[in-house]
Design a protein around this ligand. Sequence first.
Ligand SMILES: Cc1ncc(COP(=O)(O)O)c(C=O)c1O
Length: 417
Amino acid sequence: MVRNQFETIRELFSRHVVPSYGRFDIAFSHGAGSHLFDVNGKRYLDLGGGIAVCALGHAHPAITEALVEQSRKVIHTSNFYYHEPQGRLAQALVNLLGPGKVFFCNSGAEANEGLFKLARKFGHDEGRFEVLTTLNSFHGRTLAGIAATGQEKIKKGFEPMVPGFRHVPYNDLEAMRHAISPATAAILIEGIQGEGGVTPATPEYLLGLRRLCDEKKLLLLMDGVQCGHFRSGRFQSFQRILERVPGGDEFLPDGISMAKSLGGGFPMGAFWVRAPYADLLGAGTHGTTYGGSPLACAVALKILEVVREEKLETNAREVGEFLKAGLLELARKYPKAVQSVRGLGLMLGVELAPQIPNLPGDPNKTQSVRLANLLHAAGLLTIPAGGQIIRLLPALNLSRGEAEEGLGIIESVISGI
Ligand SMILES: Cc1ncc(COP(=O)(O)O)c(C=O)c1O
């Protein structure tokens, strides 16, 4: 009977939902903290966090309370008017970053779209419009997002691409320098490439890009959608990467896109613009109906409050280090399954061995999807990235005990293959 419930849901999808996603055969009914329960009643430890979204885990009472309290007052007004939560959230984000201003939208792709428009406005009077991005990057699924993304598979079938984007290898400063043309207006990078396989930028790269942008009068833009919001153990990943690096304290990009954990599951995006450019997008140049609604901002403010009160920035760093050490130990013990472990804080990538012998599952599926399926059967959720990497992007309040539980499940699976 229970099996039927899953089948019924899947049938609804196959009949009525556009089949643009490759989904796993699981339907969830509810969650609590870092655990999710499927319609069969099976419990899973969620180390995927809804792809780095569920900052406080599932069904966190503070989020519920913020939603209920704000929805009793006002949910939406439109951006024709002012309201306090948007002003206070912008202030909080500026305080975490540096002098500048914030625009609110509804997703990561939309936040990046805003940065592209900022770059175009910035370069417009000089005829500059081009944004350089990196190979293996990911910047969203809108038309400009896929043009900006440095992965061919994302673009395929949607040509011609929006003009004005070129890609160069990541962490390669000289390649970026050589790619700059008279039309270039901006450079956009992720502080830690996520979809591309969890690769952090080096400190030299970040500092070098800042110098390069200053020298060539380009905007330095950072996509913090996945790696931002305390995931790395600091608010933004560049703050973590540049810790104790000479000159690191003064580093600031000119624009940062945010989403995912910003709303903890309530759909929300934003971008911050550094002070000299904060008024470039003047009245009438950019907008969205829902962006920065009282409800979304109330939730985001509550998440910031909980992160501060429960010291989740430190938790992400400490539990992340514990998890990474455990994964490195598994890589040492099971080299036939795990090749390497990368990442910072609670953004970790496990790179699988090029060819795992006897890996069960459909040989037409990638190794990462096959392993994710085995982990599901054992009660653990992770997020594949490409064909070879499993990502861990859990809630920022993941406990050490839960991290241990996750390591135990991973070991039980990889020791058996
Ligand atoms: C780095 C990065 N940028 C942008 C996006 C797009 O965000 P959204 O799916 O909210 O549009 C993602 C989503 O995974 C991302 O990881």
